[in-house]
Design a protein around this ligand. Structure first.
Ligand code: HOC
Length: 393
């Protein structure tokens, strides 16, 4: 037990002391005023747990199936960008932490270590590759082939980033990747040492310019701010992606926030959905993910083939995990808490973040009177309104 750090909130504070301002701002901020980022967290307070008692809870099983394999708990390390900013050991330390905790990891397309090295570090523990589909398809094809060859279980196509959200601190700080780091899975591209590597983006560069020819630029910062692809569609791109990935890798869409899009995802034959608003970093003013989850779950359950639904955003407590599962999620992903753990103590900090959430979740299950994840349902929650009135779900 690390007596300095007994909660994810304490981990946030400890991590903040170890990161430089640019990194801290990049990881911690949300788009615009940050209200969606804040609501992702606070929306969990609208729910209270209805505990059941006098049930034998001496044996609690937190394990679940994810991507066709078993995971020790319904919680994974979400794909977040550029881990070497947080700690020199980067994604490899995150992977080792996940391996130790037997927890699935998502790797960002914008990782600072190669997908091969990170997979080697995590061993047999399953991994998914978060994907941006660029207009220039050759690169995506290569990335998919490499992930397949390395045994990645799924690609998580990010669909909430057709253009980059406006992150004001990122713009003000003129966020750039330090020269010694690289966007490792683009290493074949000239992404590290080119003359414009340190070119600072202007505010107008952090967005999409209508009519501009979109080519992948050279320097890392330009890569990050210009790489979004505004042309993606269900019809054109999901079918293409399935052809590239199946049968070896599943195809998931990450960034669904409505029942309508959940139905389209089902109709287009994706293997799963992640309800996400990109950690509040894209469309500010969007619904908190826990508030979007019920309509997505309802849409998916109306279909004959029921695909899994995951959720991320704002999970800071084991009780949040319990609430998300009670509202119909099959699995949750945590992003910033993992980065904070990594910044705090590298691999050990990642393990700490996962252990804290695991312990809280297991304790919550026991105190709520549930011994198996599959039994967590809406009967364990009430919704509480602003006047304090509760309603059953
Ligand atoms: C397509 C370019 O997910 C973030 C990361 C990286 C986004 C790059 C988008 O900063 O939220």
């Amino acid at each position: 037990t690390d007596l300095q750090c007994l909660t994810i909130e304490e981990l946030r504070v400890l991590a903040a002391q170890r990161m430089d301002k640019q990194t801290r701002d990049y990881y911690n901020e949300g788009a615009d005023s940050g209200s969606t980022l804040a609501e992702n967290i606070s929306a969990y307070q609208k729910y209270r747990i209805r505990p059941r008692v006098l049930r034998d809870i001496s044996v609690i099983d937190t394990s679940v199936d994810v991507f066709g394999t078993k995971s020790s708990m319904p919680i994974g390390a979400a794909s977040t960008a550029m881990h070497c900013l947080a700690h020199p050991d980067g994604e490899i330390a995150t992977a080792r932490g996940c391996r130790k905790q037997d927890v699935v990891m998502g790797l960002s397309s914008f990782a600072t270590q190669t997908l091969e090295d990170v997979k080697d570090a995590i061993g047999d523990t399953p991994m998914a590759l978060q994907l941006y589909l660029f207009e220039e398809r050759d690169h995506s094809v290569k990335l998919i082939k490499r992930a397949k060859a390395k045994g990645y279980k799924a690609v998580l196509l990010t669909v909430d980033t057709p253009v980059l959200g406006r992150r004001n601190l990122e713009i003000r700080n003129q966020f750039t990747l330090p020269k010694h780091l690289r966007i490792a899975n683009f290493a074949n591209r000239d992404d590290g040492d080119s003359a414009d590597s340190n070119t600072k983006p202007t505010a107008s560069e952090a967005g999409y310019h209508d009519g501009e020819k979109r080519v992948l630029p050279k320097g890392p910062i330009r890569f990050h701010t210009h790489a979004a692809n505004p042309t993606l569609t269900w019809e054109k791109d999901i079918e293409w992606l399935k052809e590239q990935c199946h049968p070896e890798m599943q195809v998931w869409v990450k960034g669904i926030a409505t029942g309508e899009d959940a139905l389209l995802a089902c109709h287009h034959g994706v293997d799963g959905i992640v309800v996400s608003n990109h950690g509040g970093r894209q469309l500010n003013g969007a619904l908190a993910t826990i508030d979007a989850l019920p309509e997505v779950v309802q849409a998916v359950r109306s279909q004959e083939k029921k695909i899994p639904v995951h959720v991320d955003g704002g999970i800071r407590h084991g009780t949040d995990v319990f609430k998300a599962l009670a509202l119909g999620a099959d699995f949750v992903w945590i992003g910033r808490p993992i980065l904070w753990g990594l910044a705090y103590k590298g691999q050990e900090g990642v393990e700490l973040a996962l252990q804290l959430i695991r312990d809280e979740f297991k304790l919550c299950m026991g105190l709520a009177g549930v011994t198996s994840v599959k039994d967590i349902g809406p009967e364990y929650l009430v919704k509480i309104d602003k006047s304090g009135f509760t309603s059953r779900l």
